[in-house]
Unconditional design. Sequence first.
Length: 256
Amino acid sequence: MPCHRRNRGQAWKTPGTGDVMRRVWAAVVTVLWIGLAGPALAQSHCRLALVLALDVSSSVDAEEYILQRDGLAAALNDPLIRSAILDGDGHVAMAIYEWSGRRQSAMVSNWTALEDDAAIDGLINRLVSAPRSHTRFPTAMGYALGYGAMLLARGPNCDRQVIDVSGDGENNDGFPPRLAYKNFPFTNVTVNGLAVLGGSDDVLDYFQREVRFGFGAFVETSEGYQGYREAMTRKLFRELNDMILGARPVSGQRPG
């Protein structure tokens, strides 16, 4: 129910504080005006609002994009993931968007209450049928995270709020993640990362140091985009079951 090869441009530089804040607040205003609000979700109990953010910056070529998109679709269609979505106490609401440059974040599927198999099927169909939004923009991760925060703010009222952001490199355009976390509504939001290895040597360290945010946050890794399906399956399983490192293990079969 609807409810790279890496861009080698100049990395983000630290200008004067006033200039940084003007840019951040300009981004906030821009995102506020983006039509993120979707159809109203049913007023049943929602246990998790999960936003999936896919990297379509210039470092992601056409083949890698397909591996990323189809890998997510296959993960959502995995029987273990379907079960994790449908068998919990309350439903899962999910939204998907693509991100790249400062103002190039684009919705793939707005908020969907995943209350049955038909709803999951519809989400997968929208994902695989949507055209790629952009191909030539750099990596503006701060802007992408701000977009995700506003999407959550306009979304359903759920027990948990999680942004799941995939990427194969570090921020190289606009303000960094730490300023997004400071200036957008990230209270009680968890940001998990899926770091795609093989492009930037520092991507895993960057995701662990700069992207991971909030209670129970973690970073999953994929060995290139060829390993994306398996990595996303592991990541969704952990997110859907609210698994925190060091917590009591979840019984039963696990993916990966």
